[in-house]
Each structure stands twice: as C-alpha cells, then as structure tokens.
Design a binder for this molecule. Structure first.
Ligand SMILES: NC(=O)c1ccc[n+]([C@@H]2O[C@H](COP(=O)([O-])OP(=O)(O)OC[C@H]3O[C@@H](n4cnc5c(N)ncnc54)[C@H](OP(=O)(O)O)[C@@H]3O)[C@@H](O)[C@H]2O)c1
Length: 235
C-alpha cells in the first residue's frame, strides 16, 4: 500500500516500538498519525496526534473507533509480558497478558475493520513475535498470547480479503525496549522494526520477518521437536 497522505492509528504509541512505528509513518509521508496511549499526555512526538486508548477496555476501543472514521491503516502494537515459567505464572498475570495481547488485538480489529472497509480496504498490522512460532520457557504465557495472536492474524487475513484489507503479521526477536529491559541477549533497535514494516507495507507484504532469528525459526518449523526444543541434558 502507499503511505503518502494516509491516515493511520498505532496502538501503544507513546514509547518503544509503537512510538517508532508512528514516527516512521510520519517520515514516510502519512498525512495524519494517531498515537494511541492509555495516557495521551505520555505521547511526546509533536508530529503525531495523541488519542486515548486502552485496548483492554471495550468502551475505550469503541469510543475511539467512533471518533476516527478516517483511518486507512491500523497497527495493533500495544503489548505486555513478564518473564515467568509456565507453572509459576500467576493466573491473573496470565489473563492480563491475554487481555492486552490477544483480546486487545481482536477488539481493535473488530472495531476498526468496518472503518478500513469504508476507506477502501487499507491495512491492519498485528505486532507479533518470533515466540508466535516457538515457545520460550521463561516467556511461556507471553509466547502463548503471541501464538494466539498469530493464528488470529491468519484468520483475519482470510476474512478481510473480501474488503481488500491487507493483513500483516510482524515477527521479531528481542528489541531494545522497556519490555526486554530485564532480559539478557542480543537486541535490535526499534528503528530496524519500523524500517522493516514500512518497507513491507510499501511492498504489500502479508508477513514481515524483521530479523535473522525470525526468518530462521519460521523456515525451520517443520523440524522435529527434538531440534526445536532440544533437551540440554541430552547434549
Ligand atoms: N521488545 C521486544 O523484544 C518485542 C519483540 C517482539 C514483539 N514485541 C511486541 O511489540 C509490541 C511493543 O512492545 P515494546 O517492546 O515496544 O514494549 P513497551 O516498550 O513495553 O511498550 C508497550 C506499549 O504497549 C502499551 N500498552 C500496554 N498495555 C496497554 C493497554 N491496555 N492499552 C493500550 N496500550 C497498552 C504501553 O503503554 P503504557 O505506556 O501506557 O504502558 C506501551 O505503549 C508489543 O506487542 C510486544 O509484545 C516486542
């Protein structure tokens, strides 16, 4: 899709990857970029329009959709997660991660799909992860939310074809943001994610595999479980 002159909404756009997406769209020529945030005062980029949005709150999502009838691109970026092994995670924490990462994505898709249709189709982007493809033990519930959101993305892609909406899944490993502050490992910069998404949107891609780990894991998914999930004790 072309980005010049369009109107876009990015959820969770006050910091991290969402703020980078919003900035990248402005730089790509978007006419108006709404930056969704639970507290609009935390949006500091003067080039975007701050709007109030909590993706866990039906009324908040519906109210924003009623206000933003001009949107042609929606980026479902808001997300949460905290490290925990599957047997150790508190159920309320697990539920909250699903409420933001899965149900939040679904709420926004349901509310904004008719607006995208009215405006010619446009695009719906879901910010997923390499852990949509492969579970990390210390991020097991977060991985489950991102697998569920990947499946939802694939379902939405099929349903929204009839209204000419491009549905895009974005996958990446660790990115240097608040979300990964306590995690060890190589991290890429937010600009690499936003650059890859802009290039993908311009090319009309349905899937954006930002980094090498996402590309390798996706292409290796047919490997035996012993390769995908090796037993360190057997090494
Ligand atoms: N960082 C990584 O390594 C990585 C890798 C793959 C995928 N991702 C995904 O990329 C997305 C952005 O992550 P990030 O790394 O930029 O994280 P981040 O820096 O922690 O930012 C998370 C964003 O989500 C917003 N948010 C949280 N709960 C919300 C809610 N209920 N309603 C609306 N907004 C909400 C936050 O707003 P507040 O400021 O109000 O909390 C913030 O803007 C997430 O979907 C994440 O899962 C991240």
């Amino acid at each position: 899709m072309q980005l010049e002159g369009i109107t876009a909404l990015v959820t969770g756009a006050n910091r991290g990857i969402g703020a980078a997406f919003a900035r990248a769209l402005v730089e790509a020529g978007a006419a108006k970029v709404y930056a969704g945030a639970r507290d609009p005062e935390t949006v500091t980029d003067p080039g975007v329009v701050a709007v109030k949005l909590d993706v866990t709150d039906d009324a908040s999502v519906r109210a924003l959709a009623a206000e933003l009838g001009d949107v042609q691109l929606v980026i479902n970026n808001a997300g949460v997660g905290a490290p925990s092994l599957p047997l150790d995670i508190d159920i309320e924490q697990a539920r909250w991660e699903f409420d933001v990462n899965y149900y939040g994505t679904l709420r926004v898709a349901q509310a904004f799909a008719p607006i995208l249709a009215k405006n010619g189709g446009g695009a719906l982007v879901n910010m997923l992860s390499v852990v949509s493809f492969i579970a990390m033990p210390h991020l097991a519930n977060y991985s489950a939310t991102k697998s569920a959101a990947w499946s939802l993305t694939n379902g939405l892609r099929q349903q929204l074809r009839e209204q000419d909406t491009l549905v895009v899944g974005v996958h990446v490993g660790y990115v240097d943001t608040d979300l990964t502050a306590g995690l060890e490992g190589d991290k890429i910069q937010v600009s690499q994610v936003s650059d890859a998404l802009v290039a993908g949107l311009l090319a009309g891609d349905e899937e954006v595999l930002v980094d090498e780990i996402s590309r390798n894991v996706k292409s290796g998914l047919s490997a035996p479980l012993s390769v995908l999930y090796p037993d360190p004790a057997a090494a």
